[in-house]
Ligand binder design. Structure first.
Ligand code: PLP
Length: 374
């Protein structure tokens, strides 16, 4: 097999419809703030996409603020309420939430689910303005958090609530009204849209201090000329994502096959988060005794793209902070590999991956047994 992409939680291939829609406008001089015909065309593209993105999460009564990436949207959500706000965030959040100012960590349990009792205790002990931020689905384990419950508790204590739904949209139904959150982050490149477009969806009653200052684009929430082609692509991707939800079951069936084969071959393999609801496309699994770095190299040589959930931007493999927060022992966490499927993943690709997995497992265990016998 040529190249197999099983790293959809990192990014996704551009859908052909998205590519086409972007291509139709990419070469035009489109500035959505200009008053002439080109400007009006740009404005109409941006506003059309805004409606599609809002519709994807039932957010037609909310404000959609386009940003350049999910990281920026998370930074705006966490930083936009101004100084002196305490942020309670789950210990399993993405780095773009964890690495913001004045953050206190809400613990997660052994399955990676946020501890609601601890959250209440923390809320009861904090004076002043509080923002709670808990992601809807984890990028490493796929574990789905009880965000509606978190939002209810946060509101009982007068706190505001943000959820990072970057990994959840397009994989599970996401309804901002039902979740009851005040802000939500989305990112186009996780739903077969382009890199360069994302959104923070905000309650209309909330005012945020922009991260970027200058013009009054994005209703004053983000200065800077909009990336019209990418936003156009985001709108199309949002529409497709709503339709593609129907394939979630088929993807989960493939993922389950992958996991059950691994468990039959290596019963000691740990599948993280498998006791609780999680995304159907994600598998975070340990290969007993084999370092994640070694696995990554092996799969790369086979042309298979997978990830150690915690690969950071430098390409180095670090011990996952998510597994650490779940209390997983370091030597097991270091053998964890994330496999994330997409709507175009085939059964042949899963079989090819499984062949590679068992090959490496058998090879390292034969070697281990020979060493023990010697
Ligand atoms: N939040 C989560 C849960 C993610 O998985 C990611 C990306 O991996 C981000 C935020 C950041 O999104 P972006 O890559 O668009 O900056």
């Amino acid at each position: 097999m040529d190249r197999v992409f099983l790293d959809h939680n990192a990014t996704t291939p551009l859908a052909p419809q998205v590519w086409q829609a972007m291509g139709e406008v990419a070469a035009d001089p489109l500035n959505a703030s200009s008053v002439h015909g080109f400007g009006r065309q740009a404005h109409s593209i941006v506003e059309g996409a805004r409606r599609e993105v809002a519709a994807l999460v039932n957010g037609k009564n909310k404000r959609v603020v386009f940003t350049s990436c999910g990281t920026e949207a998370n930074n705006l959500a966490l930083g936009g309420l101004g100084e002196g706000v305490t942020k309670l965030v789950s210990a399993a959040e993405h780095a773009s939430v964890l690495k913001t100012r004045d953050v206190q960590l809400i613990p997660v349990d052994a399955d990676g689910v946020v501890d609601l009792v601890a959250l209440e205790r923390m809320l009861a002990n904090i004076q002043g303005k509080v923002l709670v931020s808990v992601m809807l689905a984890n990028n490493e384990t796929g574990v789905i958090q009880p965000v509606a419950d978190v939002a209810r508790i946060a509101h009982q204590y007068g706190a505001l609530m943000h959820t990072d739904a970057v990994q959840a949209v397009g994989k599970i139904e996401v309804d901002i009204e039902q979740l009851g959150v005040d802000m939500m982050t989305l990112s186009a490149h996780k739903i077969n849209g382009p890199q360069g477009a994302a959104a923070l969806i905000v309650n209309k009653s909330l005012q945020l201090v922009p991260l970027l200052n200058g013009g009054s684009q994005e209703q004053g929430f983000r200065a800077g000329t909009q990336n019209v082609a990418a936003i156009q692509g985001f709108g199309v991707a949002a529409k497709l994502a709503a339709q593609r939800l129907k394939t979630a079951h088929d993807i989960a069936t493939l993922r389950d096959k992958l996991e059950s084969n691994i468990k039959v071959h290596a019963p000691q393999a740990v599948i993280f988060g498998s006791n609780v609801p999680r995304l159907g496309n994600t598998s975070y699994v340990s290969m007993p005794g084999v370092d994640a770095q070694m696995q990554l190299i092996h799969f790369d040589l086979l042309g298979i793209a997978v990830s150690s959930g915690a690969a950071c931007s430098s390409g180095k493999v670090e011990t996952s902070h998510v597994l650490q927060a779940m209390g997983v022992e370091k030597n097991i966490a270091q053998t964890a590999l994330r496999i994330s499927l997409g709507s175009e993943t085939t059964i042949e690709e899963v079989d090819y991956f499984l062949k590679g997995w068992t090959q490496l497992y058998d090879r390292s265990h034969d070697k281990h047994n020979q060493e023990k016998a010697a």
